[in-house]
Design a protein. Structure first.
Length: 283
């Protein structure tokens, strides 16, 4: 919780356009105290949390890293309430790329970012990976658990917000499909640095993102918290990694019952063994 709180204080302070000194004056502490909070050297006293919450414009729960329960963050919160699986239970094609590129001939830790109803996470668990997964929807987390139980595998699944959750332990494979458009553009550099830092040597990232194209009409789903990417933007995060595969494609979609198209960029990148951890002091 200490590291999560420190990150959130800095994140929401910057979003509000406040300096450390301005935040300090607002809650009645020194700017050195704010600096120590944001560097996880100390934690604010419990009595200061209400003032911090008001000044930063977020709830105390959100400040502490808990996902807000008062409003849905995705349109799929309601879709996942049904017994049927909105996306089906067949894995994404990218799952087979992972299986081929990094088969679980030894224990490999994989995390599925934004697992939805769990079809990909369960596929990986069935094939021998040690799988961790998270999603922002309660229904998605519960359906992931049920699907894993149905096929007799274990997935360590929990609820978290992609904007707030950060890795604190290393993974061999980091996977996400159809989710990274919920990542605000101003947070992408920091979040990707965290993902890369906590990737084991020779580890793999397999991601896709929706990209903005002027010749493709907006999708029928109205996503209030979605932010499209630009061509080449995802790939640029891996200029210091080995790019094993990268593509951009346009495909038809009927997920909403209304035929439409998406443009998507994909990347498979490997952290070449011996590369220093991002943000570490290794030379």
């Amino acid at each position: 919780m200490k590291e999560q709180l420190s990150r959130n204080i800095g994140l929401y302070r910057r979003e509000k356009g406040l300096t450390q000194e301005e935040l300090a004056q607002s809650v009645g502490v020194t700017y050195q105290a704010v600096s120590k909070w944001e560097n996880a050297q100390t934690m604010p006293e419990l009595a200061l949390l209400p003032d911090l919450s008001r000044t930063l414009g977020v709830s105390i729960d959100k400040l502490l890293g808990y996902v807000s329960q008062d409003k849905p963050m995705t349109i799929y919160e309601e879709e996942y309430q049904t017994d049927s699986y909105y996306w089906g239970t067949e894995p994404n094609e990218a799952c087979y790329q992972v299986l081929q590129a990094m088969p679980p001939t030894k224990r490999l830790r994989l995390i599925d970012i934004g697992c939805g109803e769990g079809k990909d996470a369960v596929f990986f668990a069935r094939n021998g990976y040690a799988v961790t997964a998270f999603d922002i929807t309660d229904a998605g987390v519960e359906k992931t658990r049920r699907l894993a139980e149905r096929v007799g595998v274990h997935v360590d699944v929990f609820k978290a917000d992609i904007l707030q959750y950060r890795f604190e332990e290393p993974y061999d494979i980091v996977f996400s499909s159809g989710v990274l458009h919920y990542m605000k553009p101003e947070l992408r550099e920091e979040i990707f640095a965290n993902y890369k830092r906590y990737t084991a040597p020779n580890g793999l990232h397999v991601f896709n993102v929706f990209v903005n194209k002027p010749f493709i009409a907006p999708p029928p789903e109205k996503e209030p918290h979605a932010y499209k990417w630009h061509s080449g933007e995802l790939l640029a995060h891996y200029r210091d990694w080995l790019i094993e595969d990268s593509a951009e494609l346009v495909f038809d979609c009927h997920s909403s019952g209304v035929p439409h198209q998406h443009a998507m960029a994909t990347v498979m990148a490997r952290k070449v063994e011996g590369t220093a951890l991002v943000g570490s002091n290794r030379h």
